[in-house]
Design a protein. Structure first.
Length: 219
């Protein structure tokens, strides 16, 4: 596999991440959770991810407030901005690499943690966006259910299509109608090949029921 194919395999390995950490009234994905979710697959495929800081910018803002005793307290906020790039390297073929530019920011009041917070922010959000990982508060099983429900219904199988046609013709012969008239009575307005598989079961059951009753009437 080339490096792009390997990245696709990593994406397949992480279809969803539940927000497991909480901060105040919000839940979120931690950086360690995101990294842990993809690292095993990265190791398996021999992929290396190397971050690089290209440029930085630090802004400070000092605000004065009075405490309950009237004393003036100063608080300085450090806003760190990083211009970065992430480089993917295929360990099996080091000449193959994939570089993605990225931007990160971190806010701190102590001063020494701004870069670290920006790097953590960048790592988490870059990986989530690179691999299109959906996140939500619902659990993984509920997420998978939502995905399944959003998929288009599976069309009728060839075997059921053949059975539906045969039953419609048989019932039509009993009642002196064409198969097309039987389909109309059933409420089928689409091409038979486009009937959802689950709905086809209902049509087949209904015609069998009609045939059974019609057979009793003529007996």
């Amino acid at each position: 596999m080339n490096i792009y194919q390997k990245l696709i395999e990593v994406r397949k390995a992480v279809p969803y991440l539940k927000k497991e950490d909480r901060g105040g009234q919000y839940s979120y994905n931690s950086s360690s959770q995101v990294v842990a979710a993809i690292r095993e697959k990265m190791d398996e495929l021999g992929l290396l991810l190397i971050p690089r800081i290209i440029d930085k910018n630090v802004l400070t803002e000092t605000v004065e407030n009075k405490d309950q005793y009237g004393n003036i307290k100063k608080r300085t906020t450090y806003f760190t901005e990083l211009t970065m790039e992430y480089k993917w390297i295929d360990a099996e073929n080091p000449e193959e690499e994939f570089i993605v530019p990225f931007y990160a920011q971190g806010v701190d009041i102590a001063g020494e943690k701004g870069v670290g917070k920006a790097l953590t922010y960048a790592e988490k959000y870059y990986l989530l966006k690179q691999f299109n990982v959906p996140t939500d508060d619902i659990d993984p099983d509920q997420f998978q259910k939502k995905v399944e429900e959003s998929k288009p219904p599976k069309p009728i199988t060839p075997e059921k299509l053949e059975e539906l046609k045969n039953l419609a013709e048989r019932y039509g012969e009993i009642k002196g109608r064409t198969a097309e008239e039987v389909y109309k009575v059933l409420g089928i307005s689409m091409e038979l090949e486009n009937i959802p598989d689950g709905l086809a079961d209902n049509y087949i059951f209904q015609i069998k029921h009609w045939i059974k009753n019609a057979t009793k009437e003529t007996a």
